[in-house]
Write a protein that binds this ligand. Structure first.
Ligand SMILES: [Zn+2]
Length: 307
């Protein structure tokens, strides 16, 4: 009887021990599993990315000379961008500390153009020529302007204001001068200046609202149009005095404007423009300006359409 009772007590104690030990093992295992499953709180950043991954990315970046993400930032000057990056999405980069004069000559080429090219060479200056069909065979002169390092822009083939009768008539004329320029230099110029500028009111005589329409249509067709922010006034009369042209041309520098698109003309009659040019270049040079040509990525200036 005594032995039976002792055995029972022993069995009871053994069962209790097993139950407690089993429970402890299960608890321990649960804790271990829970710890494995739970992400450590210190390794989660506010954006939800694991810190481990962030550190890995940082290391990757450090191992490269330039992080790839930097290439997407439009901080580089446009001139260093590759041609595959469309410049239309980015504003022209202008350095306010830099002073640039963009000379523009409309209505050529002519005998005056040749003289202008020589003067520009003396100053190491580049300019932009918005050409028209001045005479049969003017392609040779346009080619010379281009080969001497200047920009060729499209002004008009006929320079008749009747081109503003409709969108079709405007582009028919533009395509004619585009073909002429292409035949001359083998390149399709995308630089355009409207006869009379975007703000001209003469076009009202031909078609209501045409300048508003055309100024929107040109960029859609891949063109860049340029007005001027300063006028030499050499077209205000047939033969404006050279001194008047000079005085009006230097007003931009006198006013402290750092980026200047100056309107000039190299039509056959504009001999006083040629006369005034060396003084104008000398003045701007003395004021610390450099001379440059317009381009698809350069500084630009637009008038508001008045029609
Ligand atoms: Zn013109």
């Amino acid at each position: 009887m005594q032995t039976k009772r002792r055995n029972w007590r022993f069995k009871k104690s053994f069962l209790v021990f097993c139950a407690v030990a089993g429970a402890l093992i299960i608890l321990l295992l649960s804790l271990l599993i829970a710890r494995e499953m739970r992400p450590p709180t210190s390794s989660v950043d506010p954006n939800g990315a694991a810190q481990g991954q962030m550190e890995q990315l940082t290391e990757d970046n450090q191992s490269k000379p330039e992080p790839s993400g930097e290439e997407d930032k439009p901080t580089a000057p446009l001139s260093t961008l590759s041609p595959t990056e469309p410049p239309t999405t980015l504003p022209p980069v202008t350095d306010p500390n830099e002073k640039v004069l963009y000379l523009t000559f409309d209505d050529g080429p002519s005998k005056n153009t040749t003289k202008i090219l020589d003067i520009l060479d003396q100053y190491g200056a580049k300019a932009t020529f918005f050409v028209i069909h001045t005479y049969d065979g003017c392609e040779a002169q346009i080619k010379e302007i281009y080969e001497r390092g200047h920009a060729i822009g499209l002004h008009s083939y006929s320079h008749q204001f009747s081109i503003y009768s409709s969108v079709d008539s405007y582009f028919k004329d533009l395509n004619q001068i585009s073909d002429l320029v292409y035949n001359a230099i083998g390149v399709r110029s995308k630089l355009v200046r409207f006869p009379g500028g975007t703000s001209n009111t003469i076009s009202r005589n031909y078609c209501d609202g045409i300048m508003t329409t055309l100024s929107q249509e040109l960029p859609k067709r891949g063109y860049y149009y340029f007005d001027w922010d300063w006028d030499s006034t050499d077209a205000s009369d047939n033969q404006v005095g050279a001194d008047t042209i000079y005085q009006n041309s230097i007003k931009a520098a006198q006013s402290g404007d750092s980026h200047v698109i100056l309107l000039m003309h190299d039509a056959p009659i504009k001999t006083t423009t040629v006369e005034a040019l060396p003084r104008i270049l000398q003045y701007y040079k003395d004021q610390g300006y450099r001379f440059d040509k317009l381009s698809e990525t350069s500084y630009t200036y637009h008038h508001n359409p008045n029609n």
